[in-house]
Design a protein around this ligand. Sequence first.
Ligand code: SAM
Length: 235
Amino acid sequence: MILVTVVTIFPEMFPGALAFSLLGAGLGKFWLLKVIDIREFATDKHKTVDDRPFGGGAGMVMKADVVDIALKAALNFYSQLPKIIFMTPRGHVFSQKIAKEIMDGNDAGIIILCGRYEGIDQRVIDFWKKRYNMRDVSIGDYILFGGEIPAMVIIDSCLRLIPGIMNNTESTSSESFSIDLLEYPQYTKPRSWNSEDVPSILLSGNHKEIAEWRTKKAEEITKNVRPDLWKSYKK
Ligand code: SAM
């Protein structure tokens, strides 16, 4: 059972979307979720978690002292050092490769720190990177209001890799990105829809030819849509 702890000022956002489908069915069976409310660790009577940035500028910055205590409370749940991730647009862009790195041999679990406002005081980020190997992860080149939705993306993608959580383990190995190829197109009933028929090869029962057709389609799609992936696939 893998323990995931989310550190956030909006604990009520969880489990949210994570409670649905196979991932939701696996909650309590394959994985456990704990949520730390950063605000509970604020020491003043107003429960302040943020303040104005030194040097001026727009917005507010989350306070190093409060975030540090909240992270330590999360760490207390673990007997071994878990993978610790800080959601930030300044991080390495998340990918299937990073999901595998997070999950490979990971018996300890995951802590995810979510920022809000203009972000978090850099000193607590630097300390946790140096002391606890926290890594910066972005979910793409755009800015969201907070790290909670990015955290859900990471959790969904990483937990999908838990052996047994999916009914069909084969589907993770043939999916897009597993071998630097996007996945081939999929079809289901009805055989004919909107004057379009399902490609006849898929009805042939010839597994070898179906596999060849799927590889050809996956290659065509990757070449057209993602020349960067195509280049590393062809290496
Ligand atoms: N001022 C920051 C900057 O320009 O880099 C953006 C702060 S953003 C409004 C607030 C929080 O949302 C961030 O601290 C981070 O936790 C989260 N966030 C926003 N966009 C993200 C992204 N693309 N990937 C991961 N986290 C993101």
